[in-house]
Each structure stands twice: as C-alpha cells, then as structure tokens.
Design a protein. Structure first.
Length: 309
C-alpha cells in the first residue's frame, strides 16, 4: 500500500467517504427486497448502498431492528481508487449468530442521511459487503458496508446510516462464519459510539465513565475510571451544552492548552458512548455526530477527573 494523491476517478471515493453515499430507497410497495446476493455491487462508493430499503418497523432508528434469524453475507472485492461495480466473489450464511450480529449493529449510532467526516487517502484493497437479514415472518432487510485501508466507510440499511467503522468485523464473519466483533486490548481504544449520540452528547443509562488522557511516547494512554454517580454528573454537564451537528473538525485557539481527553461512558450492555475533549479547540467537545463549545464548568470537571499526565 502507498499514499497516493488522487485527482480523477479517486475524487469520487474521497467525496463519497467525506460526505456519505447516496442511499437506495424504496417506499412501502416499492421494489421488493432481493432474496439473494446481487451479482454486482450497485453503488458507486465505499459501502453506503443496498439493493432496496426494507419497510420494517424500527429501520429508521437502528441499522437492524428486531430479531432476524439468518444473515447472508455477500462480498464484492475491489480497489478504493476505483470504487463501484464490483462483482460478487462469494457468500457466507450465519444462522445461530445472526441475532447477535444484528444486535451489535443495532447499537451503532445512525443518522439520516449519514454524516461525513475526514478520511485519510491511502490507496489499497477494499471489499464492499451486503448482509441480508431474514426474519421469522419472511421479511428481510439489507445492510451495506465495506472494509478498506482508511477505515472510512458508510454502513446503511437504506433508510439510516452510520459512520462507525465495522468493516473488519464483517470481513472476519465472512471469512470464518462466526460473528465476533474485534475489541481493542486498550479500553481507551473503543470508538464506535452508541445509538442515540445523534440526539444528545451522552445517551441515558450510563453506569460508569473512563477518562483517557493523550498518550505520550509508547504504551497505553493514562486513564481513570469512575462509577455511576460521577458518570451521571459529567454526562449531565455535557448534555447541557448547546450542540450542533459535528463536522469532525475544530479550530485551534490562541492559547497554549493542548490537552486532549477521551471520555468513554459505560452501559450495562452494548458499546460505550465516547466523547472527545480538546481543551485548545473550538468546538472542544465532539462525539462524532454532535459537537459543542466547552464552558468553564465542563473544563474544570474534566481536568479534575483526568489521569495524571
């Protein structure tokens, strides 16, 4: 793999990655959900496409609502410099683990349309994936995603989409026939986010918080963990900030405070909600979908809770 400066055809990939990909839609009574893998990837970008959107309750709130009983994974390998039109290379069916896979994908934060963000520009292999979730009553729902070298892909069910990157998990399930999401051995490294973070900085139901500092040199970032009371107080302050949709960027101020922290709010089940805090940036709080300017109260509380440098 090598770093490339794309101009022509690769520009489409960058735009798709940064701004989200056009999602195929079908209203109730529209095109039926296909029963088998399409022979060709019908989208023009990296992830972000399905053959048809399903008319299933909850599909406008999570990627995979309900409890499907079977998952058919379709693989379309290609190159990220020329995305679109990849041919079907193989399939894999998951039965016993389809419900667990659906549950994990349903926890991802979603928006309509998916919100973009910055992507690195490394050229290399890419595989688009379609997953057909079948329900006991005969209905089905497609999810489209991708694995690529920049970890930059949109995952969608045709109605809502997520920028949380799950490409390696889908690729592993396709290769092995088992769904087992990868987890970083560093607890400060789980950044997929949690459903509901498009509406508030920290969704309800938290039971703990981990405050991670910025790594210096080699090794893991310093961190401190706190229980439910501290977590709820910190979340309440973050949720009181005036938020706006995040563009995943900030402007450095004129001061010298360059401290950065990551807050991971834990729940009884499912992934943590994560919030990045950049003391020297405006806006200084960002959960990937919402951002807000820091006030003095939040700054002071985060500094008190932060691990020693």
């Amino acid at each position: 793999m090598r770093l490339v400066h794309w101009i022509g055809a690769a520009l489409a990939a960058v735009v798709a990655c940064a701004a989200g990909v056009q999602i195929a839609r079908s209203a109730s009574g529209g095109p039926p959900v296909p029963a088998s893998c399409p022979q060709q990837w019908g989208g023009e970008g990296i992830g972000g496409w399905v053959p048809a959107a399903a008319d299933i309750d909850g599909a406008d709130e999570s990627l995979v609502p309900g409890s499907p009983v079977r998952a058919l994974i379709c693989a379309y390998p290609g190159d990220n410099a020329h995305p679109g039109g990849e041919r079907l290379a193989g399939t894999r069916t998951l039965a016993d683990q389809a419900g667990v896979m659906a549950r994990d994908l349903a926890y991802l934060p979603v928006t309509d349309p998916p919100r973009g963000g910055p992507c690195t520009l490394m050229g290399g292999p890419m595989t688009n994936y379609l997953i057909r979730f079948a329900y006991p009553d005969g209905r089905a729902l497609w999810v489209g995603s991708a694995e690529e070298v920049n970890s930059c892909a949109t995952t969608t069910n045709g109605t809502v989409g997520s920028r949380s990157y799950v490409g390696p998990d889908i690729a592993a399930a396709y290769r092995t026939g088992a769904w087992k999401p990868t987890r970083s051995d560093d607890p400060c490294g789980d950044f997929t986010g949690r459903r509901g973070q498009d509406e508030r900085m920290v969704p309800e139901g938290i039971v703990s918080v981990m405050v991670c500092g910025r790594i210096s040199g080699s090794g893991r970032p310093p961190r401190r963990e706190y229980g439910e009371q501290v977590a709820r107080e910190l979340a309440a302050e973050l949720n009181s900030l005036d938020t706006r949709p995040s563009d995943n960027t900030c402007q450095r101020g004129g001061g010298t405070d360059d401290r950065e922290f990551r807050l991971l709010f834990g729940y009884p089940d499912g992934p943590p909600a994560n919030v990045s805090i950049s003391m020297g940036c405006v806006p200084g709080a960002d959960n990937g979908l919402l951002q807000a300017d820091l006030d003095g109260s939040v700054r002071d509380r985060v500094v008190r809770l932060a691990p020693p440098p």
